[in-house]
Design a binder for this molecule. Structure first.
Ligand code: PEP
Ligand code: CO
Length: 457
């Protein structure tokens, strides 16, 4: 047995409850200056209703199990960091529209069922490479997401405020409420497929390509009806849409962890799926300890330093019963490293017969800063990492099960490239992200078409 397996075994044997993570080193936690306020907030959160139902998390896990077996593809997408400011029905709807459009392109062009998961309704906490930021010789705590502090550079804004955890809960609840209304109340009906094409996207080449797909769906529905096949099936009129975020601030996640009355198992009811970030995936760390005990489907990011032993340790600790769909490993290597760093990880899980669902995050390994000081990503680097990811899976005989993206429905200019050839200079026009650069609506749709081509190869 490798060292990682021995460690994983001893981890798995100890008893778990929602607070056992407190005995482990917890990195990336805010420095809460007011402990009394944190205690008060933890009690408030613990008394609030769950945001999701355990049965929904189980349903998602079953669908992820299908993807793990090569029978579906996962589209996980949304903001790098959601904001407390300016959240309107329109902004939530526009994000959903782009995800629905991308899913339609994948399902229609590649013929693969698509599992749809948003980075939404809870994606409010960010890990940082440095705990402080210096501007003009002034050093202040780094911005850690709206769940913790504010982005503006003043001592007051940057001080961690536990009351923000309650605000994150309520903001998640109202976002989720609208998403449920849209996806179950008729807006996501396949007969609305044209309506999802927003004006600024419709005018672009990929928007026009999408219109052709939409027309194809219209004629398929008309053809089915003409043949006397019922088009009343709920699958055509409703969509299953799930929520996810990085489980980073453990005081928040613990307070929303509840015992399911049906199975007696623990679920973190802050979202359907939770993931562990690249900076917090230490096997003996607090995040892995917390996540191993909750029954939601889990993700874990893997950067270029991840080793085959890391993969085996995570598999044995987070999915000891080898349940397909329980564990998604999300590689984020960078276009220039993926061909070298991913294959040994795929081989390790495959040879140990661990049912891993693999996802590719082609965003976080391809970020760079322009001469003008903007953090950006080039669409061609994103596609190039996806190509390396598909190639590695082809060679390993494993299924490239999904994609993990940072996107928005808005007409922003944060990532360069794409059919509209957004350049470094264009970044000044509409650079709105609070954290990492996101693909805009047209770039997201273009990526969906390019993915569909690869999936149907
Ligand atoms: C993220 O997904 O926004 C993120 C911080 O990713 P990673 O943990 O892979 O760096
Ligand atoms: Co990010």
């Amino acid at each position: 047995m490798s060292t990682a397996s021995v460690e994983a075994d001893s981890t798995a044997r100890t008893a778990w409850n929602p607070s056992t993570w407190r005995d482990r080193p917890a990195s990336q936690q805010p420095l809460w200056p007011d402990q009394a306020s944190l205690e008060h907030v933890r009690k408030i959160l613990a008394d609030l209703p769950p945001l999701v139902f355990a049965g929904e998390a189980r349903q998602l896990q079953d669908q992820l199990g299908e993807a793990c077996a090569g029978r579906a593809f996962v589209l996980q997408a949304g903001d790098c960091a959601e904001s407390f400011d300016g959240v309107t029905a329109d902004s939530i709807r526009d994000k959903l529209k782009v995800i629905l459009q991308m899913a339609v392109v994948l399902a229609f062009s590649a013929g693969v069922p698509t599992v749809k998961i948003g980075r939404i309704a809870g994606q409010f906490a960010k890990p940082r490479s440095s705990s402080t930021e210096v501007v003009d010789d002034v050093e202040l705590p780094s911005f850690r997401g709206h769940m913790v502090n504010d982005i503006s550079f003043s001592e007051h804004s940057r001080t961690a405020d536990a009351e923000r955890l309650v605000r994150a809960y309520h903001q998640s609840a109202s976002t989720l409420n609208l998403l449920r209304a849209f996806t179950k109340g008729g807006y996501a009906d396949l007969r609305q497929v044209h309506v999802w094409n927003q004006e600024f996207i419709a005018a672009s080449p990929e928007g026009q390509r999408y219109e052709k797909v939409a027309e194809g769906i219209d004629s398929a529905l008309r053809f089915m009806a003409a043949c006397g096949i019922s088009i009343d099936a709920p699958e055509l009129h409703q969509v299953d849409f799930y929520t996810s975020h990085e489980a980073l601030v453990l005081d928040y996640e613990e307070a929303l962890t509840r015992q399911d009355s049906i199975t007696g198992q623990w679920y973190d009811c802050s979202a359907h799926m939770l993931w562990i970030g690249e900076r917090t995936r230490q096997l003996d760390g607090a995040h892995v300890e917390f996540m191993r005990g909750i029954k939601n489907p889990l993700g874990c990011k893997l950067g270029p330093s991840a080793s085959p032993d890391d993969v085996l340790g995570l598999c044995e600790t987070l999915n000891p019963d080898r349940v397909p769909g329980r564990l998604t490993l999300i590689s984020r290597m960078g276009a220039d490293k993926v061909s070298e760093t991913l294959p040994p990880l795929l081989a390790a899980a495959r040879d140990a017969r661990h049912p891993v669902l693999w996802e590719c995050d082609p965003m976080h390994g391809n970020t760079y800063t322009t001469a003008g000081g903007r953090k950006t990503r080039h669409l061609e680097d994103v596609v190039s990492e996806i190509d390396g990811y598909f190639r590695a899976h082809g060679e390993a005989g494993t299924w490239p099960g999904g994609i993990h993206l940072e996107i928005t429905g808005d007409d922003v200019t944060e990532c360069v490239g794409g059919a509209e050839a957004i350049s470094d200079d264009d970044l000044e026009r509409r650079y709105e992200t609070m954290c990492d650069p996101r693909l805009n609506g047209a770039q997201s749709l273009e990526l969906a078409f390019r993915l569909a081509e690869r999936l149907s190869d």
